[in-house]
Write a protein that binds this ligand. Sequence first.
Ligand SMILES: [Zn+2]
Ligand SMILES: [Zn+2]
Length: 394
Amino acid sequence: MSQREWIEKDFYKELGVSSGASADEIKKAYRKLARDLHPDANPGDAKAEERFKSVSEAHAVLSDPAKRKEYDEARRLFASGGFGQGGGGFNPGAGGFGQGGFDINDLFGGGGAAAGDGGLGDIFGGLFNRGAGGGGATRTTNRPRRGSDVETETTLEFREATLGVTVPLRLTSPSPCTTCHGSGAKPGTSPRVCPRCNGTGIVSRNQGAFGFSEPCDDCRGTGSIIDSPCEVCHGNGVTNRTRTITVRVPAGVSDGQKIRLAGQGEAGLRGAPSGDLFVTVRVRPDKVFGRNGDDLTLVVPVSYGELVLGTTVSVPTLEGRVGVKIPAGTADGRILRVRGRGVPKRAGGAGDLLVTVKVAVPQKLDDPATEALKTYLEAEKASGFDPRAGWAGA
Ligand SMILES: [Zn+2]
Ligand SMILES: [Zn+2]
């Protein structure tokens, strides 16, 4: 008998048992049918003889655990659309699937992530393994689905973001149920393989020459049945839980940056791996510092006289203060660089602190200062300084 004939015959139906029937049930069903249909009991009845042959054939396969397993798997592949409609040829094109509008993505979770999760590969892989004559390992196409990724946001102070900080994040999201540890089964019990779909989550329905696949109703496509559901999560294996996780934000993170925390997203159903957590970092502006990549920026107010004569001013850094030497004759708006006092770099070291000098002009002077300034301007003029010398607008 060819493989195709094999999978097109429903041996379970022949024996009138379910696809999850035990060996004992199969044996009993066969014995009864064999007795009723035996040619000795039905002399001259060709129909009964034909049925007797079919029943014997079905029993020969289903009573042998190895053969039964192979039969189940072959049927599953056929049902999955692995075999094209005509002549048993395999058609990798779209036409090979879904004579009934069956979308393979429906089966494997719809999401892009699920499609990459080995669903298609399993079908193809299984098919080619069989074609090569191998026994083929039993595959479960309906793997537990990975949990979803979770996105959240946290706002940091400027200095926290530049220096790195550990922050607690409160998240409300589905998490593995602590009562059943995500299995969905009441503690002390465990889920069993769905007998109808043999754990595949998929059942086939034959209509004429075509086989259709659809999610198994008995297990809702999960492949397993929970007889006593966990009372806390009602069998989902997941509960909504508010949890606080501690997130270590690396030094030097900037506004809008995303941090990925692997495995901290939503729990997968029934013990599947969790998704990831993505934290978007918002950074509050600082009153003193600005940022330009790894460099910190800072504006320091100075007087005109300080720029002319030169001085040393004390400016803040992320950690403490530093003295910045302003050379005599420094122009207003000049940027002075203090090496290594900027934002810590991930690879080690740090950017620079860029100090911009900005003249603060007094709005009001007392008489002695006003007099002194007038005297000074006279002297400045006498020394030959003309602020508009060489100016294009002069
Ligand atoms: Zn539970
Ligand atoms: Zn099922």
